[in-house]
Write a protein that binds this ligand. Structure first.
Ligand code: FAD
Length: 453
């Protein structure tokens, strides 16, 4: 074994977590090999957050064009060509991939393209070569799950929707998580007739119930047909498109189908058996609070561990690992109070406890504000903004903040600092409003809408 095949750290997967961990470890002086099976950047940059948000921007322009007349504009042209969007998006992703490549290079990280496979506690194989390291980090992320319903593999996944060159006339979205809601909302604004089918009573399981209700209303207001409580039996191809056969009622049909039923960790052909790592019921690699797996010298971070499957969490876990193992600065990631957004229209953002969770913990006051935002009221739209603060009565601490409305993710990111710092309702009350904004409503909530306990 030559010295050139021996490293301090081998990272498998150049996505959000793997890139962050590699760069941080290299900054601490480690000799790092990063092995990637496809392209540098991972899900977030190439198949997730970034292209999804660029698509959301494209879809939001429809609303601008529609409202422009009421603000005095005329002759606003509004033809959308998804093929042009896809080309422009691909150019941008190529640029970003180049930026990541450059950053890795300038950090001194050795990068290798090829599928990596564990070959023992200190060995990884790729492209027929064997590489050795004292420490190995698995950051292989996840991919759409296609096994929940027979025939589901016929459907598009989010990867396919981000590559469209033509829009279907109608689309059936199976699932109701944040990815399902985002694409249903985006495509409906492109003029596609969208139907959503899901098992639960409402979309966005795990989110605050009021947000779920407002999200369902907002989707319906955009023309999305919602089918709740659907027990799907089979997806079949028909002469005109697809049919989702239901256990209980008539089939749902559409020109195209998006499978947004969930994601599975990428552990295929990873050689986990060679190091005796067993995956859990969700197919994820179990880890402790320091991201250690059951095998000595092997850690795992990000979506492959199925903790909180978001980019900033994968990055934080990667950096905490590198700081602890190579920087002499032990660090741990808290998975509490992780803010998250749903980029539907209007968008949703949330941090902390839902009303139901807070009520279980103890006496809780709930403050709510619901109004037609100025920009939408002006054009005669009935679109609503919804805001909610959850307050622990004893301490006065704000323990949950939820919003559906324009700029919600930008607003909640700021308020997330207040919540993390332990701000109380009084702190909110003595904060001067910034006028005229929607965000000011968060510091102008006087009386609780509900008191629990
Ligand atoms: P990934 O980014 O998935 O990277 C894993 C990498 O490992 C990939 O490049 C893969 O090719 C590589 N790999 C896998 N197996 C091997 C192997 N054996 N050998 C070599 N390489 C391998 N998160 C947010 O925070 N905000 C959002 O708005 C958001 N939107 C999303 C929208 C969509 C449609 C999707 C699908 C996801 C979205 N996410 C969002 C989630 C986010 O993308 C993930 O949480 C994040 O990318 C996880 O990072 P990771 O490092 O764990 O894995």
């Amino acid at each position: 074994m030559s010295h050139s095949n021996t490293f301090d750290l081998i990272v498998i997967g150049a996505g959000s977590g793997g890139i962050a961990a590699s760069r941080r470890a290299a900054a601490h002086g480690a000799r790092v090999l990063l092995i990637e099976g496809t392209r540098i950047g991972g899900t977030c940059v190439l198949r997730g957050c970034i292209p999804k948000k660029l698509m959301m921007y494209a879809s939001e322009m429809r609303g601008c064009f529609a409202d422009a007349g009421a603000f005095g504009w005329s002759e606003v042209s509004a033809d959308f060509d998804i093929g042009r969007w896809t080309q422009a998006k691909d150019r941008e992703l190529n640029r970003l991939e180049g930026v990541y490549r450059q950053m890795l290079e300038s950090s001194g990280v050795h990068t290798l393209l090829g599928h990596a496979r564990l070959a023992g506690e200190r060995a990884v194989e790729a492209n027929g070569q064997r590489y050795l390291a004292e420490r190995i980090l698995i950051a292989t992320g996840g991919a759409p799950s296609t096994t929940g319903i027979p025939g589901l593999d016929l459907a598009w996944t989010s990867d396919d929707v981000l590559q469209l060159t033509e829009l279907p006339r109608s689309l059936l979205v199976i699932g109701a998580g944040y990815i399902a809601v985002e694409f249903a909302s985006i495509l409906s604004q492109f003029g596609v007739q969208v139907t959503m089918a899901y098992r639960a009573e409402r979309p966005l399981r795990g989110f605050d119930e009021d947000l779920r209700q407002h999200a369902a209303q907002a989707l319906e207001a955009r023309g999305v047909a919602l089918h709740a409580g659907v027990r799907a039996q089979e997806l079949v191809r028909t002469a005109h498109g697809f049919e989702l056969r239901r256990a209980d009622a008539a089939a749902l049909s559409a020109d195209a189908v998006l499978n947004a039923t969930g994601r599975r960790p990428n552990v295929g052909n990873l050689g986990l058996d060679t190091v005796r790592i067993a995956t859990d019921a969700a197919g994820a690699i179990p880890v402790d609070a320091d991201s250690r797996t059951a095998a000595r010298g092997i850690w795992a971070i990000g979506d492959v561990t199925n903790r909180v499957n978001l980019t900033p969490v994968a990055i934080a876990e990667g950096r905490a690992f590198a700081d602890t193992e190579f920087g002499g600065r032990p660090a741990r990631v808290s998975h509490d109070n992780v803010a998250s957004a749903v980029f539907c229209s209007p968008p949703i953002a949330t941090i902390g406890m839902t009303e139901a969770q807070a009520m279980e913990r103890g006496p809780t006051d709930v403050y709510v504000s619901r109004f037609r935002p100025m920009k939408k009221a002006f054009v005669g739209s009935q679109e609503q903004t919804f805001m909610k603060l959850i307050v622990e009565r004893g301490s006065g601490r704000v323990t949950g903040i939820h919003m559906l409305g324009a700029d919600a993710p930008e607003i909640i990111q700021g308020l997330a600092i207040a919540l993390s710092a332990g701000a109380t309702k009084q702190d909110f009350d003595r904060t001067m409003a910034m006028h005229p904004t929607s965000a000011e409503e968060f510091v102008l909530m006087r009386e609780p809408a509900r008191r629990h306990g």
